[in-house]
Design a protein around this ligand. Structure first.
Ligand code: UD1
Ligand code: MG
Length: 453
């Protein structure tokens, strides 16, 4: 086995009690993706040979999620939650003999970038050939993080957990960011030496630094920015991490050629695909699986999920695109228009107060204000097929299943229950009646009545 190979162990057996949730902590989502998946995504960029996720005994969801990831992670169960070193040992059997580099990541710290992990792997190959590399950072608030004690040469001699620090201890301000890279030939031998003589009676992964030092094996610190190691223990932390992730996604969008008038009000998802020369006005929310082609304007207050938006579209203000919305080129979807599981071909305009669900709308068709595809009868969903160059007047109900042929005109206020032939006119409303002078007579009668009272 090549010494250059990488294995990843993700610790995810924590209880997450402070989340106050029925969902295991690592399955909570940041930018629409579970924290576990986000950690595995970054790990995947290092092309690991093996990946093991350490889950708790009663967290089937975590195991399923790990196995569903493209990394095909294996799952090891940590029966009792006895600390981070104990958790890594729980992965030993599943991992098997591995003498490459083992990266240990925390499932609740989804902001650590692949580039940082790569630096950690490289640190093991540096001149002094350290056995371990830990992530270090210098936060404004030292909080509850473990801290590095440094020897005279500046190399770490040990990590002391915050709750075990006493005033007489000489510890630096560099905090432990959690992630660790280790030489696989030594890792489990060192782990076997970890004891639980500390305030929490836990087996600390961080004790490896002192144990390695005693054997003359070095540890490197790889420093990263203060936000990367942010971990999630509570809903508050989750909101902080979400904000940071949104910041990253917005910066990527701006760098990729998207204009946002107020980026802080635009919410993106990990998989939002944005082309160039797009303008996104304030207060727009993207759910999962959205792609936006070049030159699109998304006006204020839109909610968009599972939609493919074609080039040159104008969406909103106040539009809702739901899963399965497929919009061709130069489509206009205006205010209070909802599109679900519907294809709007090139040049379609649906500018006001409309619901298009389970439908196809052919090229250049104009959908009038208040048009509704009646796709649901309380039992099943039915399809509406509207051809090209159709003109649909205002306030039209299309009762599915129904087809409207190319070039047809539907008069305003019609309820269409039967298929319409191409180029036909359909009007289903009652004919207009006019009674000459009626309004004037009523006004006069009423005026007389008022005088009497
Ligand atoms: C840990 C580090 C601390 C560091 C901090 C960074 C140790 C002893 N301490 O502290 O130095 O500054 O992370 O965020 O490593 N887990 C298990 N099984 C266990 C215990 C933990 O799977 O028995 C998992 C948790 O789910 C979590 C991760 O390991 O994903 C870290 O555990 P946590 O209890 O959050 O450690 P911290 O106290 O934050
Ligand atoms: Mg933690």
């Amino acid at each position: 086995m090549s010494r250059d190979q990488i294995a990843i162990i993700v610790l995810a057996a924590g209880m997450g009690t402070r989340m106050k949730s029925a969902t295991p902590k690592v399955l909570h989502r940041v930018a629409g993706r579970t924290m576990l998946d986000l950690v595995l995504d970054e790990g995947a960029r290092l092309k690991p040979k093996r990946t093991v996720v350490v889950a708790g005994p009663d967290t089937e969801g975590v195991a399923n999620q790990a196995q569903a990831h493209s990394l095909n992670a294996q799952v090891a169960i940590q029966k009792k939650r006895l600390g981070t070193a104990h958790a890594v040992r729980a992965a030993e059997k599943t991992l098997g003999k591995f003498d490459g580099t083992v990266l240990v990541l925390f499932g609740d710290s989804p902001l650590i970038r692949a580039e940082t992990l790569k630096r950690m792997v490289r640190a093991l190959k540096s001149r002094k050939k350290p056995t371990l590399a830990f992530l270090g950072f210098r936060p404004d608030d030292l909080g509850s993080y473990g801290r590095f004690a440094l020897g005279p040469d500046g190399a770490p001699t040990r990590i002391v957990e915050a709750r075990d620090i006493t005033p007489d201890m000489d510890v630096s301000d560099i905090c432990n960011g959690g992630a660790m890279a280790a030489d696989g030939r030594h890792l489990f031998k060192l782990l076997a030496k970890v004891k639980n003589a500390n305030s929490q009676k836990e087996y600390y992964l961080t004790d490896l630094v002192a144990i390695a030092a005693k054997q003359g094996l070095g540890t490197a610190i790889v420093e990263c920015s203060a936000e990367e190691p942010l971990g999630v223990n509570s809903r508050f932390d989750l909101a902080v991490v979400e904000q940071e992730m949104q910041h990253r996604l917005r910066m990527d969008a701006l760098a990729g050629g998207v204009t946002m008038i107020d980026p802080t009000t635009v919410f993106l998802t990990w998989d939002t695909k944005l082309g160039r020369d797009i303008v996104i006005e304030p207060n727009v929310v993207f759910g999962p699986s959205v792609s936006v082609a070049d030159g699109v304007q998304i006006r204020a207050f839109c909610h968009i999920e599972g939609a493919a938006i074609g080039p040159g579209n104008i969406i909103g203000p106040f539009a809702r695109l739901r899963p399965g919305a497929k919009l061709g080129a130069d489509v206009h979807v205006g205010n209070f228009v909802e599109v679900k599981n519907a294809t709007l071909e090139d040049g379609v305009k649906a500018n006001h107060l409309t619901y298009l669900g389970d439908a196809r709308v052919g090229t250049q068709t104009n959908v009038g204000a208040g048009t509704i595809t009646c796709n649901y009868d309380g039992y099943g969903k039915y399809h509406t097929d509207i051809g090209a160059n159709v003109f649909i007047g205002s306030d039209v109900a299309l009762v599915a299943p129904v087809k409207v042929g190319d070039g047809a005109v539907i008069g305003a206020g019609s309820v269409v229950t039967k298929d319409v032939a191409a180029d036909a006119l359909v009007v289903t409303r009652a004919e207009q009646k006019e009674i000459k002078g009626w309004a004037k007579r009523r006004r006069e009668t009423r005026a007389k009545q008022k005088k009497k009272t």
